[in-house]
Design a protein around this ligand. Structure first.
Ligand SMILES: [Zn+2]
Length: 383
């Protein structure tokens, strides 16, 4: 009896100091990790991007998982990064971000890698972005087009699947299943850079993004979709294919305005928030409309700036010395959007906002019967 009591007192005496020692050791391990270098001073190839992700995941295997979720027409990997704070395996809401659906928008994949770096390596400063939120990031959504743009024709925007008339490629941001093909006649022209494809989700790249969205919405954790583009200096939100506002238009506007203010104060760049339709008229088949329609309560396109510090508008290909400031400016905007979004959606607020039926009907009158079919094709992408 006395022996047992003695043991309990002894355990209590050492448990506290031991826990402190363990915490110190784990803090030291975190500090001593050597992440791969992410240079923001040159554009990165598909190989560079894949290699960086692999190296980073080896060093931070507790925070970063990589999954290859599809292969392109030219057999390149579509690779996602799943990022968490590595502490609790509990069900958290998820932010889904993609970059470079449009091949020539070269600063977007490197910005996505910088976001991954901020979340994984600079995890102490950014702990609040992962406290109740996990992230899934597809940093290079159109690797075939991206490599073709880098090596052959830098204006290239689309995938590299062959079309009729000896023409190639589909515009991935016209290939989604909501309002597919609606808008302009050029969306049906297989030789135009706005070509929407042979049908909704004809492209594997769009199907991969779709399947991630479905998975997250089905699990009721899909929180915010964010697609990176250049170089309109805008933040767009749904609908793009419909003039009427979405039911939480005010929330989208507030989040976008907050990010635009942060960027203005930091760098002086003017970013214009807008409903997509109001900016560019009706465009069917966009990913931002599709995500919102499927059940993400928040859905944005961030059209990052392509302007150099010298005031010259370079659009898609800023000279390499301007990559760093543009990527860092974009991070300010992304962080601000997510900060405000997290504020508006505390854990107590249910994520799954039922889509306003009237909006949905207006948004997709010609595609109502289509959604049954895509669910049949849906296969799980996570193991
Ligand atoms: Zn774009």
């Amino acid at each position: 009896m006395w022996k047992a009591l003695h043991a309990i007192i002894w355990l209590a005496a050492i448990a506290g100091p031991l826990a402190e020692v363990e915490a110190r050791v784990s803090r030291r391990q975190v500090r001593h990790r050597s992440p791969p270098h992410l240079g923001l001073d040159k554009y990165m190839s598909y190989e560079d991007i894949m290699q960086y992700l692999e190296q980073l995941s080896r060093v931070y295997s507790d925070r970063l998982e990589l999954h290859d979720v599809g292969r392109t027409f030219e057999k390149r990997e579509l690779r996602i990064a799943k990022i968490s704070n590595g502490i609790e395996p509990s069900r958290k809401k998820v932010i889904f971000m993609d970059a470079a659906l449009h091949a020539r928008e070269w600063t977007t994949p490197i910005t996505a890698l910088y976001v991954i770096h901020q979340l994984v390596v600079e995890s102490r400063e950014n702990a609040y972005l992962l406290a109740n939120t996990d992230w899934i990031i597809l940093p290079l959504a159109n690797p075939d087009g991206y490599e073709y743009s880098r090596n052959t024709n830098y204006w290239w925007r689309n995938t590299r699947t062959p079309n009729t008339n000896n023409c190639y490629g589909t515009n991935l941001n016209r290939n989604f299943g909501l309002g597919w093909g609606e808008g302009l006649p050029i969306f049906r022209d297989p030789c135009n850079e706005n070509y929407a494809g042979t049908g909704p989700f004809s492209e594997v790249e769009a199907r991969v993004v779709r399947d991630i969205m479905h998975k997250l919405v089905d699990e009721k954790v899909g929180f915010m979709y964010l697609s990176l583009h250049t170089a309109n200096r805008s933040i767009f939100y749904p609908w793009v294919n419909e003039p009427s506002p979405i039911h939480n238009n005010h929330e989208h506007e507030e989040i976008a305005q907050y990010a635009a203010q942060k960027i203005l104060w930091s760098t002086g760049t003017i970013i214009k928030p807008s409903q997509g339709y109001k900016y560019g008229g009706r465009i069917g088949g966009t990913s931002v409309d599709y995500a919102f329609y499927m059940g993400f309560p928040l859905s944005f396109v961030f059209e990052m700036s392509g302007m150099g510090k010298n005031g010259v508008e370079y659009r898609f290909y800023p000279p390499e010395q301007y990559i760093r400031p543009l990527v860092q400016e974009s991070w300010i905007g992304i962080e601000a959007m997510v900060k405000k979004a997290i504020e508006k959606y505390p854990s107590s607020r249910p994520l799954h906002i039922p889509v306003n039926h009237k909006d949905a009907v207006n948004a997709a009158p010609s595609n109502r019967g289509f959604f049954g079919n895509i669910y049949e094709k849906f296969t799980s992408i996570f193991d």
